[in-house]
Design a protein around this ligand. Structure first.
Ligand SMILES: [Zn+2]
Length: 425
């Protein structure tokens, strides 16, 4: 866990440190928290009292230190109280919006997916769908008053100047849309917007009992994005757009990208690119005969189909998926060299069947990473599946509301209370 300080004027910071420790380590004790945080037992006890009074944590069974026969002083197990603080996470994709309701203890209480009625829904339609999903989750839960806000994960790039906006180029027609303002008005809840890959990284961080992690979270949905965490700090950059690995040039001779450049990773290796190349090589008729539907809204399903075909011996499907996996691996190795992470997490709906193939390529590619003889780089698939960004966005809301150490990107102060950042000494 993070280190605390015993200076009385940073009580909020210490409170966040202690709450974080209890949340990550259910069953921990005041003494354990004091040892891990560097705070005195008295300071921890005072904070725990306040957290108990606020109903955020609860006491459990008491156990003797070192076991029942040791005669040690008894310790009371602490955990966050289920239902004390909740958040909704939304994840906009081209074909659907996912909504999840997340509890402070990490439990996903409910989840819904609303499919868009047309392949390129208008912003209004998408916001109506999302609002309906949010209302359904909030109204249907046992503690609607405990919902602190809505976290929204959208593909980048985002424009956070002034009111929170997004010009997400992967969602046609969304250029310049103030999504946070729209959703704040329609749901009546504070709204926080996060780049989808960064949101997925925040979620991974939020759920992890480990501390001091440095990792790249590669998110492959309709597009490709990346979230970077260094020593538990989320790297957002100047405008919340750090980690746009999808727009690193992977093949200068490749196709033109939606961003205007040529041969970006996204244009070369995103599901739509792989499906298009396959159809190009075998012909549309043969592709349809092989089970592809070749419509903009079936890209992810078609991409899954290619993995199945490759597994059944279709050499063209295997070759195209492998080419995409190698392109992803090249860019990932570049990022690993630049930011020196020890983990690469691969997730998103574009990897639900192609994940192992990409993981193998990234593992092989890391054989030339600059740090290969200094420390290993673990490569794994995202464990929570396709809703990682929605879960991360919800986790970001809880983090924002309950931690004084992190100020994310959010609607103006009148909409959400921003805790001050703890001074660094
Ligand atoms: Zn691009």
């Amino acid at each position: 866990m993070r280190r605390g300080t015993n200076l009385p004027w940073v009580g909020d910071y210490n409170q966040a440190v202690v709450l974080d420790g209890i949340r990550r380590h259910p069953g921990t004790s005041r003494t354990d928290l004091a040892v891990a945080s560097g705070l005195t037992v008295q300071t921890v006890s005072n904070i725990v009292r306040r957290l108990l009074d606020r109903g955020l944590v609860q006491e459990g069974e008491t156990r003797a230190r070192g076991g029942p026969r040791s005669g040690g002083k008894p310790r009371t197990a602490l955990s966050v109280r289920p239902g004390a603080a909740l958040a909704v996470g939304l994840q906009f994709e081209r074909e659907h919006v996912d909504a999840v309701l997340l509890d402070l203890d990490g439990t996903v209480l409910d989840a819904v997916r609303r499919r868009s009625p047309d392949p390129s829904p208008s912003v209004r339609t998408a916001v109506e769908h999302a609002t309906g999903a949010v209302r359904g989750l909030v109204d249907g839960c046992a503690h609607p008053d405990a919902v602190l806000g809505v976290g929204v994960a959208v593909p980048g790039p985002l424009d956070f100047a002034g009111p929170v906006r997004t010009s997400a180029i992967n969602l046609p027609g969304w250029h310049g849309v103030a999504i946070a303002d729209l959703l704040t008005t329609s749901t009546g809840l504070p709204v926080l917007v996060e780049n989808d890959a960064t949101a997925a990284a925040v979620g991974d961080l939020w759920r992890s009992p480990r501390v001091g992690r440095s990792f790249l979270h590669l998110h492959v949905g309709a597009g490709i994005g990346g979230g970077v965490v260094l020593r538990d700090e989320v790297v957002r950059g100047e405008s919340g757009n750090a980690g746009e690995v999808g727009h690193v040039v992977a093949d200068p001779t490749g196709p033109r990208c939606s961003c205007g450049a040529t041969g970006c990773l996204e244009a070369v290796a995103a599901p739509a690119a792989v499906v298009a190349r396959y159809a190009d090589r075998v012909g549309a008729e043969a592709a349809r005969a092989a089970g592809l539907r070749l419509s903009p809204r079936t890209v992810l399903d078609d991409h899954d189909r290619l993995s199945l075909l490759a597994g059944a011996g279709d050499a063209v499907a295997a070759a195209e998926l492998d080419a995409a996996a190698r392109a992803i691996a090249r860019v990932v190795v570049g990022v690993v060299n630049v930011v020196d992470v020890s983990e690469v997490v691969l997730g998103g709906s574009g990897l639900r069947l192609a994940g192992e193939r990409v993981r193998a390529a990234v593992r092989a590619g890391l054989g030339v990473a600059m740090t290969r003889e200094v420390h290993p780089v673990e490569v794994r698939l995202e464990e929570v599946g396709e809703r990682a960004a929605a879960l991360g966005a919800a986790g970001a809301v809880l983090h924002e509301a309950l931690s004084s150490t992190w100020v994310g990107v959010h609607v103006p102060p009148r909409e959400i209370v921003i805790s001050p950042v703890a001074p660094v000494h």
